[in-house]
Design a binder for this molecule. Sequence first.
Ligand code: SAH
Length: 261
Amino acid sequence: MTPVRPLGSCALVGAGPGDPDLLTLKALKCLQAATVVLVDDLVAPAILAHIPASARQIEVGKRGGCLSTPQAFIEKHMIQLVRQGERVVRLKGGDPFVLGRGGEELAHLQAAGIEVEVVNGITSGQAALTGLGVPLTHRDHAQGVLFITGHAQPGAQGPDWPSVAQLCHQQRITLLIYMGASRSAHIQASLLQGLPAHTPVAVVQNASRPDQRHAVTTLDALHDTLHAEGLGSPCIIAVGDVLTALAALHEQAAPPIKCAA
Ligand code: SAH
């Protein structure tokens, strides 16, 4: 009789925003024990250095607008690998349960009878503001924070931005918009229906990575600033009064505007 290989294991692991020092110890332990790692394209190269040389690394990029591995294929492949006895790690950018389809993957794996461990990562929205020295909440400025997608899934309407703006304005909530760069004109126009034009905004690209760049502006200049500064995906658009102090600093540092004679 051929011996039956024991079932492997499966973990959905958050890689954090990019800085390897922001990886959790639990994530590191999972990576070091893995025999197969399926990697998102938003996982920074510095993180990949922690995958053991003995482990097989499979790229399964899913960046919006680019060619990508279909979700169903990734899930099927993971199920097969676990049944073959592999210790599978699905390494996802940021936190696996924040706008990363981790919930869908978990449900499909569980439906196949596979036990899944989920390991939190620092979500990029959090790292984006922290990297600018800005708190997500502040007793004077924001009593909560909203992580929200700027990219509607095909066939869906996406967020009702005027309602989101009203909520953030009335309830003093910081808005962290993921996947919003390509829709910045629409997001700006719709948010202006519920938030003041001078609401401070920061756009942070490649948060926590060596190539991090950012711009600080106001809501009515969001789209123009993004283009003028050449900022794009992957970026977080942060909106709210928690940025007031940073915006004031930027204004002081800005070169004086020359008036035409
Ligand atoms: N699960 C991820 C989000 C996946 S959605 C998380 O928790 O961070 C993909 C979006 O995340 C990108 O389009 C971008 O908006 C954001 N993102 C991911 N990594 C980023 C980074 N290092 N800097 C800025 N934004 C990032």
